[in-house]
Design a protein around this ligand. Structure first.
Ligand SMILES: C[S@@+](CC[C@H](N)C(=O)[O-])C[C@H]1O[C@@H](n2cnc3c(N)ncnc32)[C@H](O)[C@@H]1O
Length: 418
């Protein structure tokens, strides 16, 4: 379809504008409800109708000029063209809708937290050498083209400084026509770098000269093991009083402030004393601070995270267990040993674990999730088992994307939740 006139009625879950007419649904990137546009419409490989804005005929009142000069060409941010008020309201409504769909309403909505610009401490750039030119930036949306950027409004400034310092070294390290991913993570004063893809390994060593890099590792692909190329110091995260030397590319919450907000939300929901479990513990983001309230058993499937957290746990009341909680969720009798359980699963959620939690007697459960839909599904399981959803809090540490973090507190009651 060429030159279709479309009115955008709402945003979909990935933040695309939606034009609906009868049973036809057309998704259009970077539009806002109320936009009247002329669009080129085509079917993508999944059979979804997608429109490209050819002309903005009447702009929505929810539009603003995108603050980033790369916004039209870079696929990293998708919601910069929305006014801050609309953007925040949309995110909060997305969480409310997910829970409403499951017939759930918390007793209390806690004040949402929206983090601002330049807070991301972990970023993955893509680098490509083409005819001796280096592109280093982000993919365009739904494209294999890379936009070379030398500014980014979401990343910590230190990351951009490093990106600019690394770029001149890539010419020798990259192979023509082959792209690599370059992951940078700021951990306190240290910076951890992981390069993934085909490189000239000897040339990678020269990146040692870049002052800000603490450690650089390489892997041939995401499935291959990570090899350290050099380390000028250690990369240590502080979770409460627990100091954890991180393995290369370790998972951390995407922003320091977001981590602090989530930790505060978790700690304030727990009893002030007791025995706790931290499920999907990663390297100990919550386990560490929970130690000030009592003893903690941490459960995690990733070997590198389990091993590093185990070493850090020496002389602390912290035990670490390697366990696949999808295949072998903590059983009801095991859960009953704890005064409270914290769970922070990956995006898929943890339905099987939620079933076991739902049948337990443990008084307090605290869930943290980056996927409101699976979190609401799991919350339904808990509430069907007799837990009350006491509170929900939105923590937006993914500025200008459709992602959002949510913390939910559940308490066991005699009567079932509605
Ligand atoms: C969202 S991260 C949270 C990590 C940690 N709580 C934090 O905030 O840093 C989810 C964690 O679940 C772990 N995980 C994924 N699948 C798992 C499984 N089947 N069993 C146990 N842990 C798993 C991942 O390795 C990751 O560490």
């Amino acid at each position: 379809m060429s030159g279709s006139r479309l009115t955008i009625q709402k945003l979909g879950p990935m933040g695309d504008g939606i034009h609906e007419e009868g049973r036809t649904r057309i998704y259009v990137d970077r539009t806002a409800p109320g936009d009247l546009i002329e669009a080129q419409v085509s079917k993508d490989k999944d059979g979804i109708l997608r429109g490209e804005v050819a002309k903005l005929l009447e702009p929505s009142r929810f539009r603003q000029e995108a603050p980033c000069p790369y916004y039209d060409r870079c696929g990293n941010c998708t919601l910069q063209h929305l006014t801050p008020a609309f953007y925040r309201n949309w995110k909060s409504q997305m969480v409310r809708d997910a829970f409403q769909k499951q017939g759930l309403r918390p007793r209390q909505w806690l004040e949402p937290v929206y983090l601002g610009r330049q807070r991301r401490r972990r970023v993955t750039f893509t680098a490509l050498k083409r005819r001796n030119q280096i592109l280093l930036g982000y993919y365009r949306r739904r494209s294999d083209q890379i936009t070379d950027i030398d500014a980014c409004l979401i990343a910590e400034p230190k990351i951009l400084d490093l990106r600019n310092a690394i770029k001149p070294f890539l010419s020798a390290a990259l192979k023509d026509g082959k792209s690599v991913d370059i992951f940078l993570q700021v951990v306190g004063q240290a910076v951890d770098v992981v390069v993934t893809g085909p490189v000239v390994k000897e040339a990678l060593v020269q990146l040692r000269e870049v002052p800000g890099i603490t450690r650089l590792s390489w892997q041939a692909s995401e499935k291959e093991s990570i090899q350290e190329v050099f380390a000028k110091g250690s990369v240590v995260a502080a979770f409460g009083t627990l100091k954890v030397p991180l393995p290369p590319g370790a998972f951390l919450q995407p922003t320091q402030e977001g981590e602090e907000t989530l930790v505060n939300a978790v700690i304030s929901a727990l009893p002030t004393k007791g025995k706790f479990a931290d499920l999907f513990s990663g390297c100990g983001t919550f386990s560490g601070p929970m130690l000030k309230l009592g003893s903690v058993d941490a459960f995690e499937s990733l070997p590198a995270a389990v091993s590093t957290l185990s070493k850090a746990a020496a002389a602390k009341p912290l035990k670490v267990f390697r366990r696949d909680l999808f295949r072998r969720p903590l059983r009801r009798d095991e859960i009953n040993r704890y005064d409270a359980v914290v769970f922070d699963p990956p995006r898929a959620g943890c339905a099987a674990q939620a079933e076991e939690l739902a049948s337990s007697k443990t008084r307090t459960l605290v869930g943290v999730s980056c996927n409101p839909a699976t979190f609401a599904r799991d919350a339904r399981i808990l509430c069907d088992g007799g837990y009350w959803l006491q509170s929900l809090q939105l923590v937006d540490q993914f500025l200008w994307s459709h992602h959002v973090e949510v913390v939910g507190v559940f308490t066991r009651q005699k009567r079932k939740s509605p």
